[in-house]
Design a protein around this ligand. Structure first.
Ligand SMILES: [Zn+2]
Ligand SMILES: [Zn+2]
Length: 335
């Protein structure tokens, strides 16, 4: 077997060779999703964007179910957190993106780039809203200059003529789409995260996602405001993974942040920003009502736009309508 005929070289060996050559060893304890294991939801990044919350990465999750590893949203830091959790990148063969805000997509370049650089580029399918294809095509185009720069004697040249877009497939979904990955059924519902910005019919979509795996159903709200469609999607789920925000506390944080987003606090724009936070995100009261109406068995909170001292007041507001177990997620937590 010749090293130069890269496509005859088992992909694990090729990955390992590149990793050793680049002095960046792969994690030894690879995490596989055993077919018999109960579905688990791992919150890789539990922060809300665009503000940063110390100790919380931007939105990213891993569903481990039924022999599959599915990345759900890929905010900045997602790839590092996958590796920290012992995941070999090309064992993730499916990605779902809920919507195109950067706090949910910013890690895609690192994810695709690192897979390609280490030739961990087994087939992957990326599902998302309209616009995800343009996003992924752009990222693949941005990977090309690195590939063009490889010399004939580089390790990459020895591994054959792979291209950044090889094995990457992108599929745009619609409201109510259903996808089957192994024996997991995924259903989309357009939520209310763009209820203000989509008034001109831009075609923007933001999805809540339901994952029905054998023995366990998990619903991820994505970013949303109160939404009858999400209530319906979540009906009877074993686990609801919901975003949470206190609009007034978030406005205070934004005004203190020094970010250019402060322009929004000018007299005219501030009411619009507040309306966005109220209608297009979930307050603790909204989360409690949603969980109660849907009758879910447990609630996990992520995309947390709350300071640590705001957790207990929020928990009380949720408990006013939802009596079930409620957990504030941590980066790397499994639920
Ligand atoms: Zn977000
Ligand atoms: Zn968003």
């Amino acid at each position: 077997m010749s090293i130069t005929s890269g496509h005859h070289f088992p992909r694990r060996w090729r990955s390992l060779l590149v990793s050793i050559s680049l002095s960046c060893a792969l994690m030894s304890a690879a995490v596989q999703a055993e077919p018999s294991q109960e579905a688990k939801w791992v919150t890789l990044g539990t922060g809300s964007g665009p503000l940063s919350f110390f100790g919380r990465g931007q939105s990213a999750n891993l569903l481990r179910a039924s022999g599959q590893l599915i990345l759900v949203d890929a905010g900045d830091g997602a790839t590092e957190e996958l590796i920290r959790n012992g995941v070999v990148l090309d064992d993730v063969s499916t990605v779902f993106i809920s919507h195109l805000h950067f706090d949910h997509t910013g890690g895609l370049f690192a994810f695709l780039g690192r897979r390609f650089q280490a030739r961990q580029n087994s087939p992957i399918t990326i599902y998302g809203p309209p616009g995800i294809k343009r996003t992924i095509d752009g990222l693949i185009a941005a990977m090309q200059p690195m590939n063009d720069a490889k010399g004939s004697k580089s390790v990459f040249a020895m591994l054959g003529d792979a291209k950044p877009g090889d094995n990457v497939k992108t599929i745009e979904l619609a409201d109510g789409s259903q996808v089957k990955i192994g024996d997991i059924r995924i259903t989309t519902a357009t939520n209310s995260h763009y209820v203000m910005s989509d008034e001109k019919g831009t075609g923007n979509h933001s999805f809540a996602l339901r994952f029905d795996a054998p023995g366990r159903s998990i619903v991820y709200t994505g970013d949303t405001g109160p939404s009858e469609k999400v209530d319906k999607l979540a009906k009877g789920a074993d686990l609801l993974v919901a975003e949470i925000m206190d609009a007034d506390k978030e406005l205070d944080r934004i005004s203190r942040s020094g970010l250019k987003i402060n322009f929004a606090l000018a007299a005219v724009a501030k009411p619009i920003l507040r309306e966005h936070l109220v209608k297009e995100h979930l307050s603790p009261d909204d989360v409690g009502s949603m969980a109660q109406r849907a009758g879910v068995r447990a609630l996990v909170l992520t995309h947390i736009a709350l300071g640590p001292d705001e957790f207990e007041p929020a928990r009380k507001r949720i408990a006013a309508s939802y009596p079930g177990p409620t957990t504030f997620a941590q980066d790397g937590g499994a639920y």
